[in-house]
Design a protein around this ligand. Structure first.
Ligand SMILES: *[C@@H]1O[C@H](CO)[C@@H](O)[C@H](O)[C@H]1NC(C)=O
Ligand SMILES: *[C@@H]1O[C@H](CO)[C@@H](O)[C@H](O)[C@H]1NC(C)=O
Ligand SMILES: *[C@@H]1O[C@H](CO)[C@@H](O)[C@H](O)[C@H]1NC(C)=O
Ligand SMILES: *[C@@H]1O[C@H](CO)[C@@H](O)[C@H](O)[C@H]1NC(C)=O
Length: 509
């Protein structure tokens, strides 16, 4: 498929959005980015996908793969330097708010945030480099405007005077010499590019702020309902699965499994009722890609060179240098890729979306709790800054009101600062008690991303703003409504397993 065709497909995809993009920012680059993200999925035949998945195994299992994968990759695909610039151009303009975050007034605050998250907190060299960068940029801008002035003067002289007029030659010569020397001095400032790259690549690793309600020592339990506590004699869902022939763990892939009989039917039923539930609450139902380009993953604040955090497909990395392809499934990336580089009209906000499908992720818990491939419902809201707190609460209540009536011991916790991801300002988890693990495990979660992703991927909102490039940043809330696979396992363990035939514990609703 040619790039042109891909562009066309991307344009068609855009016209199917549930909202209207007022305008996309920087149209050519924008279409390319969309082509790279939205249509990635359709470029794989099914067979190809299987082949590629085999390689993911490779990426995850061989330590040497890590070096092999990333040695030719640039430090970041969000800030692309001159060497790659020629090939790929710049996909996005980053607006990381450095002027403000690295200012003398705020730097202590930012260092505190890093310390609370357990990250290295010394920013002095970054601040130095940034100050130097800004000084050099001012110098260059000064020179550039001086250059333009002289060039303008020269043009005027040429228009108004004749070559043979007395004094003209000398004056023109003087200006020309000045012009040449200024051009030289601008050239000498090339190191700006290197410095800018250093500053931007490091700044991309700066985390989001921390919401005032997030604590440092312990995660806080906000709410707890202790109805039917798991009885002491429960079996684990793995044993139940064996005894009643409900789960087949298989070696076709790492931690692969098949659900059978009542379990398979219940998974489908749960998915159906979740879809109905979120539709009833006016969330748009979308079906999105499972593979993503590197720029989208980086936009979500993920560390793409860390194979336990992000699954990467290896094959294009070795021969060509281009953004990699990652497997994530239903996740923040699904929705972020959808709105990347868009400016959304204010009357479409809040824009609430959800999706239901597979998610791929490493996990170390036993059985279904730690399955690498699970069924999940992802929910996502785009909104104005002032609506952030309200919608955050709404999304939590939505998930809580689906899960709590099921009758399992359930609680709502807010995670501590050190457990937050780069993009998160705060996260709450809806946890259900898992008898076989003797602890609560998260079944759903809601993360406040504020404008962290928008600043990296140019997502804005606007109401007939004269220039959408300066429109305000969109704010985002992302989360998992229900980790269906984990919920099934919990439900099995809370069920009565003394009978001949397995029977799910009937739910109160
Ligand atoms: C640009 O990026 C590449 C890859 O990260 C790196 O090797 C190179 O040193 C960078 N700088 C320049 C000026 O090319
Ligand atoms: C699945 O998870 C296990 C850890 O539980 C990990 O060792 C393995 O690499 C994962 N597989 C994939 C494909 O990520
Ligand atoms: C589903 O939930 C379990 C239990 O909390 C968790 O360990 C697992 O990582 C989740 N699965 C995915 C793919 O997020
Ligand atoms: C939210 O929960 C889902 C399902 O358990 C999980 O896949 C995801 O990693 C969680 N998000 C965070 C930031 O922990």
């Amino acid at each position: 498929m040619t790039r042109h065709q891909i562009c066309l497909m991307a344009v068609t995809a855009t016209s199917l959005l549930p909202f209207k993009c007022l305008s996309t920012i920087g149209s050519t680059a924008c279409r390319l980015l969309h082509a790279n993200t939205r249509t990635t999925y359709s470029r794989f035949s099914f067979l190809n996908q299987l082949k590629r998945l085999a390689r993911i195994q490779f990426a995850a299992h061989h330590n040497s793969a890590e070096k092999l994968t990333f040695e030719k990759q640039p430090a970041s695909w969000l800030f692309v330097n001159n060497t790659f610039g020629g090939l790929y151009g710049s996909h996005v303009n980053l607006e990381l708010d450095l002027e403000n975050r690295l200012s003398a007034d705020n730097i202590k605050q930012l260092e505190l945030i890093l310390r609370r998250r357990g990250l290295p907190a010394d920013l002095s060299s970054l601040v130095d480099d940034f100050t130097k960068l800004r000084a050099l940029e001012r110098q260059r801008n000064g020179l550039v405007s001086e250059r333009n002035e002289i060039a303008e003067k020269l043009k005027q002289m040429k228009a108004e005077h004749q070559d043979h007029e007395p004094g003209y030659q000398a004056a023109a010569h003087e200006l020309l010499t000045k012009l040449t020397s200024i051009k030289e001095r601008i050239k000498d400032l090339q190191m700006i590019w290197d410095l800018e790259e250093q500053v931007m690549v490091r700044s991309l690793k700066l985390p989001n702020d921390i919401h005032p309600t997030t604590t440092d020592e312990e995660s806080t339990v906000l709410r707890e309902v202790n109805n039917l506590k798991g009885s002491a004699k429960t079996m684990s869902h793995i044993e139940i699965g064996k005894k009643y022939n409900l789960i087949k763990f298989s070696n076709v892939g790492p931690k692969a499994y098949y659900l059978k009989g009542a379990l398979a039917k219940t998974e489908l039923a749960l998915m159906t009722s979740l879809v109905r539930y979120f539709q009833k609450h006016k969330f748009y139902f979308i079906s999105g890609p499972e593979f993503f380009r590197t720029n989208i993953m980086e936009g979500c604040g993920l560390e793409v060179h860390n194979p336990t955090e992000v699954l990467t497909i290896l094959d294009n990395v070795v021969t060509q240098i281009e953004p990699m392809i990652h497997l994530a499934g239903i996740s923040t990336a699904t929705f972020v890729a959808y709105v990347a580089k868009c400016c959304i009209g204010d009357n479409y906000l809040p824009l609430n979306m959800f999706s239901c499908g597979r998610r791929y992720q490493n996990s170390h818990l036993p059985g279904l709790y730690g399955a690498n491939q699970t069924t999940q419902v992802g929910i996502f809201s785009c909104l104005l800054q002032e609506d952030l707190d309200k919608q955050f609460g709404t999304n939590i209540e939505l998930i809580w009101n689906f899960l709590a009536p099921l009758g399992f011991p359930i609680r709502l916790t807010q995670v501590k600062a050190a457990d937050l991801q780069l993009a998160e300002r705060r996260r709450v988890e809806i946890q259900i008690y898992a008898p076989s693990l003797q602890k609560y495990i998260p079944i759903g979660n809601v993360s406040d991303l504020s404008d962290f992703v928008s600043r990296r991927l140019m997502v804005r909102h606007n109401q007939n703003h004269p220039d959408y490039r300066f429109a305000p940043m969109l704010h985002m809330i992302s989360g998992t409504g229900v980790n269906v696979t984990a919920l099934l396992a919990v439900w099995m363990e809370h069920s009565n397993t003394d009978l001949d035939k397995f029977c799910f514990l009937p739910l109160p609703v």
